[in-house]
Design a protein around this ligand. Structure first.
Ligand SMILES: [Zn+2]
Length: 117
């Protein structure tokens, strides 16, 4: 069953996008709850102070076929504390090398764009 990594909702077979939040659905066997990530061999490949940066990186990785999940410690009920917390982007251990290479490429691209301006 496909499942939304952001909403934790299960959807019927064949769906690929969460109708609630627009996230790419992942297979149930790939999906693990945040507290299980370390036990299931997920590793942090990117951290940011800003959730949108981690989300952007997650979308890029998923676009490249690498399942990724954002682990945010931000408590949405207290937005003022959100800036202080670290947002982590995690991928499965078998995807770590590919993910790190991909993230490096994205960073290089960003740097090149900066130099052009
Ligand atoms: Zn969703």
């Amino acid at each position: 069953m496909p499942i939304c990594p952001d909403c934790n909702y299960e959807y019927i077979e064949g769906m690929t996008i969460c109708p609630d939040c627009g996230s790419v659905l992942v297979n149930e066997d790939l999906f693990v709850k945040p507290e299980e990530w370390t036990e299931k061999n997920w590793e942090v490949v990117f951290t940011s102070t800003y959730e949108y940066e981690a989300d952007m990186m997650k979308n890029n990785l998923e676009g490249a076929g690498i399942p990724a999940a954002v682990l945010s410690q931000a408590d949405r009920n207290f937005p003022a504390l959100g800036d202080l917390s670290v947002v982590k982007l995690m991928v499965h251990k078998s995807d770590v090398r590919a993910a790190l290479n991909f993230i490096q490429q994205i960073k290089n691209n960003i740097n090149e764009q900066d130099q052009d301006q």
